[in-house]
Write a protein that binds this ligand. Sequence first.
Ligand code: HAM
Length: 425
Amino acid sequence: MIRGIKGVKDILPDETARWQFVEQHARQTAGLYGYREIRIPIFEMTDLFARSIGATTDIVEKEMYTFQDRDGASLTLRPEGTAGAVRAYIEHNLAADPLPQKLYYLGPMFRHERPQAGRLRQFHQFGVEFFGTADPRADVEVIALLWRFLSGLGLPDLALEMNSLGLAEDRPAFKAVLLRFLKERESRLCSNCRRRMETNPLRVLDCKVPECRAATEDAPRLTDHLSPEARRHFDKVLGGLSLIGVPYRLNPRLVRGLDYYTLTAFEVTSSQLGAQNAVGAGGRYDGLVEALGGPKTPAIGFAVGLERVTLMLPQGNTPSVQRSVYVAAFGERGSSAGLTLVEELRALGVSANTDYRATSLKAHLRQADRLRSIYAVIVGDEEVSKDFLVVRDMDTKQQENLPLKGAAQSIALRYRSDGERAFSR
Ligand code: HAM
């Protein structure tokens, strides 16, 4: 048989209820903050990602799924959503809209990474992008949305880490200071970091290799080299977070793996996640819209990895699902009555199910049990000839006869009056 691709997972029916619950919570939280959904394509021109994420990032250098279209154009499966959202913002002139553009998206992303728990090659993100506001209160709002989304799901051991990457103009001076520091310790760094010193020295601070971490323990901090403007922005963001009660800690090593960031950078981690501990992350990217050919537009956003969220979702927080009414039909006339009944129940908004393979009452009741049905409705030739059917409560095992005529309406009434019991976890 042909198997699925490594790092690309099926989400099976037993898991989709959790996914739908998380997605619904994402839509609801985004709506609460006034964000509207944007659906951006799964693939884009390769240049879009190379130019926005940065040519020397791991994503662009090693992780993109890039292929040639039939006309020779180089296309790439989106490794993240920000680049596509920015392209759409520019292409459709959303800047002309007098409303601030507050967008959210949900969907699959693709990165050729080494698969492990919480790290996949096709994974899903919930992301938001807030265009057009440089005010630090926009940063606070975006982070508050992220925090409310994650903590509202009851995820354990969340920690918000904050850093400022300074203005783009602050970066060259800091890079020079950092490079001087790294040069003195070059022999202690991994080969990847030695290469990064040339291409992207900030990324050395983010290396997970213990020797590199030890060697850069007392590395210069970006936050000690901020321009007064960047410092003021960062202080206002931190002050705003404290004001609205979102707890954070400073992490001067937080540099992010994408090059478009300026000023605020943040990440929410959980100690429950092991090595891949980032649940969601983001930051400000005030230069990106302009760099991609749009008007000068400050922007900020985040994305959450939904595999990681569903992994951590506490059992008790899984959604309740509607229990169904099981129709156990037998014989010639019973089968016809069952076929009508099951459809009538659905038309009345009652979840109804049956198994056309079952021929004995025992087999039917076993299926009703497996499906965690609330009632089994038994209807055979004998019942039809006497104009009634039997409703068996699957929890109490009590049975009651009901007239066949109007049975769907009576069952629907009973189903609704059972309230909570009609749902199961
Ligand atoms: P990112 O940090 O690359 O940022 O990804 C955001 C989140 O996506 C991560 O924290 C993680 O939970 C999840 N994630 C990333 N890679 C994988 C993977 N291979 N398998 C499973 N989950 C993964 C961005 O993507 C930016 N676009 C965020 C952003 C939006 N910044 C501004 N706006």
